[in-house]
Design a protein around this ligand. Structure first.
Ligand code: NAD
Length: 251
């Protein structure tokens, strides 16, 4: 039987043209959510839409999550077109360069922080009032295992993802006493186009030795946890960071 736990809910997803975003809009739509998909890549958004179930009700918006005006506008358009925002997957992000700190260009650091931290912050800034006025909502930010641990040559990305966890906990506390929940997912090594940048020349087999599950994660593995956190099954979960990493951060 189809699992329609998200029937009637409106899901706003950023980075929807990316691998994790696309897998997530597919799963949320299969579970009955109406989708508002945001990305700066219009062609990628069109490709992602092609993978949605034929019955899905969906709207796409081209926007840059690091521009405040774009964020204010995508949130207003989503609310006006769909009548509310019940689920917000605040997911767009970039890796930046993988370099030792002395070699790391400060402009790249600023770009990483601008998208991964300012972008997530702006999403919260504009979605929280909508959810608080509805009295209910679930936000899932995308952090990373790099938000739970440091890594050589990953300072910028790791700092940005630690910040996402801080934003998640603080936003959850700001929603205390309401039915608005804020959590984050911390994907590990996901079989995706980011992978080659992340492993940075290390053979994948070597990277797998550090993963107790002995396989790469899939975008669908992340989507499944997002769908759970988005649903009422997670009604008592807020301020939490969920590793989706095959046990990588357990040791
Ligand atoms: N792939 C992995 O192994 C992995 C691991 C941990 C965390 N993550 C995180 O998961 C999230 C999604 O990653 P993915 O693997 O799907 O990567 P991806 O590159 O496939 O997708 C990222 C999407 O974000 C969009 N984007 C980037 N900057 C944007 C901006 N300023 N405005 C609007 N859209 C923008 C891109 O166009 C792209 O479609 C990111 O936050 C990433 O840091 C990924």
């Amino acid at each position: 039987m189809t699992n329609r736990t998200l029937d009637g809910k409106v899901a706003l997803v950023t980075g929807a043209a990316g691998e994790i975003g696309t897998a997530t809009i597919q799963l949320l739509a299969e579970r009955g959510a109406r989708i508002v998909a945001v990305d700066r890549d219009s062609e990628g958004l069109a490709r992602a839409f092609g993978k949605l179930p034929a019955s899905a009700e969906a709207l796409s918006i081209v926007a840059d999550v690091s521009h405040e005006q774009d964020v204010a506008s995508y949130v207003t358009r989503a609310r006006d077109a769909m009548g509310g925002v019940h689920i917000f997957f605040n997911n767009a992000g970039i890796v930046g360069d993988i370099k030792p700190i002395p070699d790391y260009p400060v402009e790249t650091l600023r770009r990483v922080l601008d998208i991964n931290v300012v972008g997530v912050f702006l999403g919260l800034k504009y979605v929280l009032p909508v959810m608080r006025s509805q009295g209910v909502g679930s936000i899932v930010n995308t952090a990373s295992v790099a938000g739970l641990m440091g890594g050589p040559h990953f300072a910028a990305y790791s700092a940005s993802k630690h910040a996402v966890i801080g934003l998640t906990k603080s936003a959850a506390l700001e929603c205390a006493g309401s039915q608005v929940r804020v959590n984050c997912v911390c994907p590990g090594l996901i079989d995706s186009r980011m992978l080659s940048t992340i492993v940075n020349g290390m053979p994948v087999e070597k990277a797998l030795e550090r993963i107790p599950a002995r396989r790469l994660g899939l975008a669908t593995d992340v989507a499944a946890v997002v769908a759970f956190l988005a649903s009422d099954d997670a009604r008592y979960v807020t301020g939490a960071s969920y590793p989706v990493d095959g046990g990588r951060t357990a040791g």
